[in-house]
Design a protein around this ligand. Structure first.
Ligand code: ASP
Length: 449
């Protein structure tokens, strides 16, 4: 059975079990039972909470860890080999330039769609005072810790300077848990780009030796991921169970309009904007593209992490989409952190939604700040589950919406994280296909003349 079919079955089984367990063990909000049976603020029975968070979630994370443990060597080796594969530095500059241009266009469309929808649907207007209070008190602790980590946010010039790591090993060590002093994974990527560019200029015999070593490292990381992917269907089922068992219908109904706004936005970006980009820029059939990309799409949905999906995306790009490896290694690796259209859309929608909830009128300048910061957030967010939350807090602070409001959306964040990560990864693959086609047209152009 194909991998994506098994992952899909895992997703469905996990979700079905989780939803059923949640319904069966539900403790109604207004019943006296809540006082007797221990239930969390979401009405989830304590026993179910235990099985979901202490058993299913850690077991599900085993396969994620197997993947994440090789992400840093994978990113490094893939990028250095990508740069070497591009041949000369002018081609690197060209591919990099085209990638940035397309990233800005795709991200801009994504944020624009999100903001138009949130202004049109106005999901924040429907939330009653009582519902807000309930959500805020239920997720106060979680919100507190996000606010705490966002406080460490640095001024823009420092963020830019931190793209160049002072100590790449220290950046790499904290790249996945956000504890690096600088820019984490982005800084590791910059180091790899500079390393690759420098490697392409040294004595060819020495370069060949190091290239062989890096190719071996790349192959080893892919082999480890091969082991992990055998566990993926089970891991995804366990993670899905843990999320659906704890989310419950109550919170989804309370935040129904918000959830629908986000999903509609993600859907439009995926099926309208990407289809257009694929047709016009990559000259591919969108239908065939989405079918061939299924392994990566389901892995992204199941793991909520672009970084954990990177190996699958690289394989899909090479084997199924037939994108030249030097382009896919470069674009997908950088894109897994720096091209996150789903995240950009989500950040914009959350900020305007919370502004509506609190009745904060944003001026035109503030709305533009939200657009700009959301696009940048798509670049700066780590490709890990919940990576966007600290940045949402930063954007809220900068436009004067109460930052504690982030508590209101935390209960549905994980489910929406799965969906926006799917868009992030599909966006990376779309970008790689478009850049590859543009490159190919360019290299054929002189022949045609
Ligand atoms: N989980 C997302 C990703 O890995 C990042 C985020 O939006 O939280 O792509």
């Amino acid at each position: 059975m194909a991998l994506h079919t098994r992952i899909l079955i895992g997703l469905l089984v996990g979700a079905a079990l989780g939803v059923t367990a949640n319904l069966v063990l539900r403790v109604p909000a207004d019943s006296a039972a809540r006082a007797v049976v221990d239930a969390n603020a979401n009405g989830v029975h304590d026993d179910l909470e235990f099985w979901a968070t202490r058993v299913a979630e850690p077991l599900g994370r085993v396969f994620l860890r197997l993947v994440l443990m090789v992400v840093v060597p994978l990113v490094f080796s893939a990028l250095v080999l990508g740069v070497l594969g591009l041949g000369d530095l002018s081609r690197l500059g060209r591919v990099g330039g085209v990638s940035i241009l397309y990233t800005v266009i795709l991200s801009g469309c994504s944020v624009a769609i999100g903001l138009l929808l949130v202004n049109w649907i106005e999901p924040g207007k429907g939330l009653s005072q009582e519902q807000q209070e309930k959500l805020r008190s239920a997720y106060a602790t979680a919100a507190e810790s996000s606010i705490h980590s966002a406080r460490a946010a640095k001024p823009l010039e420092q963020v830019l300077l931190d793209l160049l790591p002072e100590n790449p090993l220290r950046e790499a060590a904290g790249a996945l848990d956000g504890s690096s002093p600088g820019n984490g994974m982005l800084a590791v990527m910059f180091f790899a780009l500079i390393f690759g560019a420098a490697l392409s200029t040294i004595d060819p015999s020495k370069r060949a030796a190091l290239t062989t070593v890096l190719e071996a490292i790349f192959d080893v990381t892919m082999a480890v991921i091969g082991f992990a992917m055998r566990l993926a269907p089970y891991g995804v089922a366990l993670l899905m169970f843990s999320i659906t068992a704890r989310t419950g219908a109550e919170i989804l109904l309370t935040l129904l309009w918000f959830v629908l706004t986000v999903l509609l936005g993600l859907g439009l970006q995926m099926f309208v904007v990407y289809s257009l980009a694929l047709k016009l820029l990559a000259r591919r059939s969108p239908r065939a593209f989405f079918r061939q990309a299924q392994d990566a799409i389901f892995t992204a949905f199941g793991t909520s992490s672009s970084n954990a999906t990177l190996p699958t995306a690289l394989r899909v790009a090479q084997e199924k989409l037939r994108i030249p490896p030097e382009i896919s290694r470069f674009v997908l690796t950088v894109g897994s952190t720096a091209n996150q259209n789903g995240t950009a859309l989500y950040e914009g929608v959350v900020v305007l939604f919370l502004a509506q909830v609190f009745g904060v009128q944003l001026t035109l300048a503030q709305q533009l700040t939200v657009v700009l910061m959301s696009v940048l957030a798509g670049v700066g967010t780590a490709g890990i589950p919940g990576g966007s939350i600290p940045l949402i807090v930063v954007v809220l602070q900068s436009v004067g919406v109460p930052e504690r409001g982030v508590a209101i959306i935390l209960g549905v964040d994980r489910i929406l994280d799965m969906c926006r990560t799917t868009l992030n990864v599909t966006g990376d693959l779309t970008l790689a296909a478009c850049v590859a086609a543009t490159e190919q047209r360019r290299s054929q152009a002189p022949l045609a003349n």
